[in-house]
Design a protein around this ligand. Structure first.
Ligand code: COI
Length: 405
């Protein structure tokens, strides 16, 4: 790898090197490139000054903040969870040297929002807690994290980084709760110890333009089997990174440059003709298809152990039922999808994003593009988006979904 070390670091390193040479007669080696890069990374991890944040244009990227929270499962304490402990941004707990290499690693994503009075609320954190414990247990960590510790961690990072939580209706505080087994290990097993980091970062839209239709592509790759898809294990996401890069590069060669995400189909229908395959979900969210008959919408969203039980998706379906619309958690083939009046991607990060176009390869390997709702924001997607955001940001909350920090 060709690493470029900034001039300033090289000069500082030389200064230290020469002054130590003057002081001592022994030869002191300058820091290696590895150590210089570690210093750069330390610098990059410094919290962002909230005064420099352009809240309406945050986009979706990680920015460091002053505090995070650490919660620990310890076998030395008799399989007990302890914490959360408030941690400063530069307090390091784990390194590559001390981790289980078998992917005992997963995460949750949730958001907090300011209401009109400036108070901060979490959104259905108990649902994240349930799914977090499901993922933990799926990876072999069999002591569940108590609910109060999980929620206290979320409250702690929201309270301790107040200036990094965006204003009312201008973005949100995106919160990620990650776990990892912090033990160097040779056998394929868990160690009985676990670290959980809870962090917050100011966030805007996942897709660049918020509530605007996006172009998606159907993937030929398989994604999840035997529960990998319905748990938030890291291994449900890592393989999709290269898959996306490869497919987008093939589409680029076809002159298609605006595709945002991949849609997957079920491992059970791999060998079926493309149009007969069962849809599962996007890389970064669930799918809801809308069919409107005699003015009444029916929302269909696939559900199986290849599909993440999305908290945003479930909330939208509950909202739809509350509005008197029909809801079905049923199988959906690619052909069914092409007949939908509206299609949406849903998730914590993507909220409700209308899908305007879907590119897929037919059985002869030719790319085709279907258009939904004239590539415009549909009335159902818009109504669901507005209703959900209204609850999250302090409007009437008929389901009791908000929790003040
Ligand atoms: C989320 O929506 O919060 C997720 O975890 C999906 C991630 C790929 C951004």
């Amino acid at each position: 790898m060709n690493l470029r070390i900034p001039e300033q670091i090289i000069r500082n390193t030389e200064k230290i090197f020469h002054s130590s040479l003057r002081k001592q007669s022994t030869i002191v080696k300058p820091p290696s490139e590895v150590r210089q890069v570690l210093k750069l990374w330390d610098k990059a991890a410094e919290p962002v000054d909230p005064k420099t944040l352009d809240f309406p244009n945050l986009g979706f990227k990680h920015r460091a903040v002053p505090h995070w929270a650490l919660t620990i499962l310890s076998k030395d304490l008799g399989d007990k969870w302890v914490g959360p402990e408030k941690m400063a941004w530069d307090e390091k707990v784990i390194d590559i040297h001390n981790t289980n290499p078998y992917g005992v690693h997963g995460f949750e994503g949730t958001k907090c929002y300011r209401d009109a009075k400036g108070n901060v609320n979490l959104f259905r954190p108990d649902e994240n807690w349930k799914r977090f414990n499901s993922t933990l247990s799926f990876t072999g960590v069999n002591t569940p994290l108590p609910k109060d510790l999980f929620i206290d961690g979320l409250k702690m990072v929201a309270r301790e980084n107040p200036d990094h939580v965006p204003p009312h209706k201008v973005g949100s505080g995106y919160m990620q709760i990650k776990f990892i087994d912090p033990t160097p290990f040779l056998g394929v097993d868990t160690s009985g110890d676990c670290l959980v980091s809870t962090m917050i970062t100011p966030a805007g839209h996942y897709f660049p333009n918020g509530l605007e239709p996006v172009h998606m592509v159907l993937s030929d790759n398989l994604r999840a089997l035997q529960g990998t898809g319905s748990n938030k294990v890291a291994g449900n996401y890592a393989p999709t990174i290269l898959q996306k890069r490869n497919l987008l590069s093939r589409l680029n060669d076809q002159g298609i440059h605006d595709v945002r995400d991949l849609l997957y189909t079920s491992v059970e229908t791999t060998n079926a003709p493309v149009l007969a395959r069962n849809i599962t979900e996007f890389r970064a969210g669930n799918l809801i298809a809308v069919y409107i008959e005699n003015g009444i919408p029916t929302l269909v969203s696939p559900e199986s152990d290849e599909v993440l039980p999305g908290i945003t998706r479930n909330s939208l379906l509950e909202l739809a039922m509350y509005k008197g619309w029909n809801v079905s958690r049923d199988k959906l083939t690619v052909q069914d999808l092409l007949e939908a009046d509206e299609v949406m991607a849903t998730g914590t990060a993507v909220v409700t994003t209308p899908v305007g176009k879907l590119t897929y390869r037919d059985d002869n390997g030719k790319f085709k593009t279907a258009v939904f709702n004239n590539n415009e924001v549909g009335s159902i997607a818009k109504e669901l988006y507005d209703s959900l955001i209204d609850i999250q940001t302090g409007g009437p909350d008929p389901f009791g979904w908000r929790l003040p920090i």
